[in-house]
Ligand binder design. Structure first.
Ligand code: TXA
Ligand code: MG
Length: 324
């Protein structure tokens, strides 16, 4: 493995300034970063991730003041969301300025912007003095990395450095929102719940996967139905009696399953997202749990749908797309 795992922020910033890629910790998932203003560096992200060019990237900035350089401004609703949730797991899709290369936005006239909360990500942005384009630091379509080690396993041979910032506290990607004149649209459920967004900005319209699945060149290509998938086949079920009839099964559930529910059944592997049923904790554990089940050698993974509220909605979204 040629990649260095380190906490040396200035070395990481130097690589970014030189047009190289650096994976770095954020509070949501690890990102694969490059200078957002350098089309060659950005092209490397697509190459290393094997990501299709129709899927645009999120641009990370340190301060709200630098937004004016990259976008034509925030609407009132966007401003309200930004003040409430930045820095944090919120991405706003905003009208772009021409300094942002078309490659970053897949030719769209909007750019997705996020101010991350992780102290190391903020230090990196400040030290680099540049906006950093960063998708999740995994191969396209695979599980997102929430630990430096996850990144090393998939990309260790292809990038020079991983900035190690511990396990990601939020554990699922940011909530992606587009504020139009007449509506606020949720493009991707994420680390901030729909309830919290609506409490701040009013009613939100949900973009549905079906709206985008057919066209493939679309408002938010991250809506592709199959994504975030482990190598092992995953079934998303509502009740345990829907378990497929195969020999070795790995089960993913929010709570520990009671003896009555289990009814004498044994599973080859099991992952519990939160013993107390805490949905935030469940989100933080999601991708590591899926990785563990994937690596356990079972024939299939069975995930029990979570309650459709708070971050449960985000987790169900990822599980649906892993199961598709
Ligand atoms: O938490 C996160 O958002 C992580 C960390 C690293 O910040 N990043 C991340 O990036 O999840 P990525 O590339 O895996 O997801 C970017 C999402 C996709 O769903 C993409 O389609 C959407 O943002 N997106 C980016 N630019 C867009 C645009 N101009 N209009 C609509 N959707 C856009
Ligand atoms: Mg991703």
């Amino acid at each position: 493995m040629k990649c260095r795992i380190t906490q040396d922020v200035s070395a990481a910033a130097e690589l970014i300034r030189n047009g190289e890629l650096v994976a770095f910790a954020t509070e949501t998932v690890y990102g694969l970063g490059a200078n957002a203003l350098d089309p060659n560096a950005v092209a490397r992200i697509f190459e290393v991730k094997q990501r299709p060019h129709f899927d645009p990237l999120i641009v990370h900035v340190a301060e709200i003041d630098s937004l004016a350089e990259f976008t034509t401004g925030l609407s009132t609703q966007a401003q309200r969301l930004a003040e409430r949730f930045w820095p944090g797991p919120l991405t706003l899709v905003l009208p772009k300025q021409s300094v942002i290369p078309d490659l970053v936005t897949s030719g769209l006239d909007s750019v997705a912007i996020r101010i991350p909360a992780h102290p190391m990500a903020r230090e990196l942005l400040n030290a680099a003095g540049l906006p950093i384009a960063a998708p999740s630091a995994n191969k396209f379509g695979c599980l997102s990395p929430t630990q430096a080690q996850h990144v090393a396993e998939q990309l260790g041979d292809e990038i020079p450095m991983i900035l190690e910032g511990g396990p990601c506290q939020v554990g699922v990607e940011s909530t992606v929102i587009q504020c139009n004149e007449d509506s606020i649209v949720l493009l991707r459920p994420g680390g901030i719940s729909l309830e919290d967004i609506e409490a701040c900005a009013g009613k939100v319209r949900l973009a549905r996967i079906e709206d985008y699945a057919e066209t493939k060149s679309q408002v938010s290509p991250g809506m592709l139905p199959r994504h975030y998938a482990p190598g092992t086949r995953l079934h998303l079920i509502d009740q345990l009696d829907q378990i497929p009839d195969v020999k070795t099964i790995g089960v993913l559930s929010l709570y520990p399953l009671s003896e009555t529910i289990l009814a004498g059944r044994e599973f080859a592997a099991q992952e519990i997202l939160s013993p107390t049923g805490d949905l935030k904790m469940a989100a933080a554990n999601l991708f590591t749990a899926l990785r563990n089940l994937d690596q356990s050698g079972v024939e299939c993974i069975v995930a029990l749908r979570l309650p459709e509220r708070g971050l449960g909605r985000t987790i169900n979204n990822r599980l649906e797309r892993a199961a598709y």
